[in-house]
Each structure stands twice: as C-alpha cells, then as structure tokens.
Design a protein around this ligand. Sequence first.
Ligand code: ATP
Ligand code: MG
Length: 359
Amino acid sequence: MAKKITVLPGDGIGPEVMDGAVKVLKAVFDHFGHQFEFVEALIGGIAIDLEGSPLPTATLQKCAESDAILLGAVGGPKWDHNKPELRPEKGLLGLRKEMGLFANLRPVKTYEPLISASPLKQEVIGNVDLLIVRELTGGLYFGRPSERRGQFNEEVVDTLQYSKAEIERIVEKAFQLARLRRKKLTSVDKANVLESSRMWREIVDQMASKYQDVDVQHMLVDSTAMQLITKPEQFDVIVTENLFGDILSDEASIITGSLGMLPSASLRADAFGMYEPVHGSAPDIAGQGKANPLGTILSAAMMLRYSFGLEIEAKLIETSVDDILKDGYCTGDLQIPNGNILSTSQMTEKVVEKIRENH
Ligand code: ATP
Ligand code: MG
C-alpha cells in the first residue's frame, strides 16, 4: 500500500512554499518509481476561517492515518487578536501533542555561497554541519506548579520537571540519530547546578554503553552557547532539554545566514514525524511569489530520511539545493553576492531541474 503524506499548507507563505516542496517530492518519487499518496488538510488561520477551529477533527484524523506530515506555516495578523483557543498557533501545538512528538530536530549547516551573509567569520563557520535535538514535551514549559504566589503576587514559580522515561526516550533518539551521521553526540546540561541535569547526565552515561560506536561528551549549556559561535565545526549531534534547546537552536541558526533555508522535524519513537520550515508565515511577503521554498523543500528531504529511510533520495534533494546556490541562484532573502534572484516557483523549478540533472 502506498505510504501517505498529510500536507498542511497553512497560512501566509505556507501554501506557496508547500507547493514547491510537493512538486520536488513528486519529481523525486517519479524518478525512483516510488508510490506515495498526498492528502491535503486545513490547519491554522485558514482552518479557523473555514471550519471554526485551528485544528479540525478531520485534519487530526487524516494526520493520524498518515505516515508523515509536511507543514507550511500558520498564523498572521488577521488572527492575532483572536481569543486564545482560536489562535492559529494552537493548531500546531495541538497537533504536536496529539501526535506524541517529543523530539525536535533542527539541522544547521554552512552553505558556502551564503557565508558572507552570516555575521560570523568564514574561518569559524566554513564547514559546519550539526543537528540540534531538543526535548519538546517537558521541562520548564510544562512543569507544575507554574504560578504567581502570595497575597500580593510577590513571588513566581516555574518548575523544571522531567521523568526518567522522558529523558531516556529523547537521549535514545539522539544516539540513533548520531549513528546515522558522524557518530558524535554532545549532551548539553547544567549539571553543576540542576538536579534534572544530573539525572540527564546519568541516563546519557548509562545509554552510552549500548551505543559504544558513538563518541559522547557532556557540555554545560553556558559553555555550549559560546562554543556554538567560536568552534561550531566540532559539533555533530547536540541533545538537550526543552528550554536549552529552544535557545541554542535559535543561536545556531545564525550560522546558516538565513531563516528561509532552515528545515526542522518533530519525531517520536517510531518512524512517524512532522516536518516544517523553521520560519513563520511571513505575512509581509505572502502571496507575492517572493518566499524562499528551500526551508520547506529541505524539510521534505528530512522526511524522506527519517520517516521513510530514503537516504539517497534525501541526499539528492540536499545536493541539488547546494548546487543551485553554488550556481548563483537565490531568492530575495538570500544574500549571494551578484546572485540571480528567482521567484518561489522559479526556484522550485530549478530544484526539479537539478534533481533530473543530478540523478
Ligand atoms: P512567526 O511568529 O510566525 O514565527 P515571525 O515574526 O517570526 O513569525 P517569520 O514569518 O518567520 O516571522 O518571518 C520573519 C522575517 O523573515 C520576515 O520579514 C519574513 O518576510 C522573512 N522570511 C521568513 N521566511 C521567509 C522565506 N521563506 N522566504 C523569504 N523571507 C522569509
Ligand atoms: Mg518566529
């Protein structure tokens, strides 16, 4: 039976960049003779407008029946003043929760033609290729109690809470991901201060005996923050808890030099996953054909790799994107010196052409 991909274009530039990713996937599937079925569904603002909910039951149903989800972006000024349960972002958060996605993957790499657009020096970021694996379901964002206290609210509390099982599943995922890459894992914590970090460290050390081919190191989060911009080439896979991962992945994204280029994945223990670009719905350029589709196209490549085990196909997309930038083609958000600026659909067409050429 054909594997199913649920396609959620969403709002703003979501539909434009999604169109690019689906065309690229279809080109790849055609070449290799793979049978895949695409099922489209509503999420976010457009779902609120058409169905009265940011995550309609029909969407959830389709997602649950599919093997992977590809998402564009949600949100926009039209819905900014909606009441909390009718905000587009609720759709995305709800979907992550309903699908049990606990591992957020954010790869960051150097694209040589984009180096001059980064505020970091070429000597430092010349050859970066790292993957941040962030725990998504626990930590300070979800710990109870979280409240204001006292008669005059003069005290606040947030709780950093993790169970052993929650740490084990994310650490195990990270070891597995390291095996698919250069087999180097950096576990990031604050074990000199936090009890949760000490348990995190123990679990990493225990799990290391099962993955002896993976080289493991521990690093404190403050030190990691510095080393990400001074010695980023040393990192392969970084695994860390929710808040640390949130901050470090945004910091690391600067290395690539553009928001439009960054893919992401949210996974659980099995092969199911949700894939989306890091950028938002970019209402300022929506509908103008200016959006860079590469973040979504690279997310589709991650989907082939992690949900379908199609490594050659994933690499083909990634290499084609690399080659296009090297040929001097870009979109308006990318600063390639003397670059040839393409529209969203022209860029998509270029990727499809390159795939034909490279295969
Ligand atoms: P959100 O709250 O949805 O994350 P945001 O305010 O962080 O939104 P983004 O939508 O991520 O904003 O966009 C930030 C800026 O980057 C905007 O100026 C937008 O036009 C630009 N941008 C984001 N994504 C792209 C893209 N794929 N191509 C071109 N420009 C982009
Ligand atoms: Mg944002």
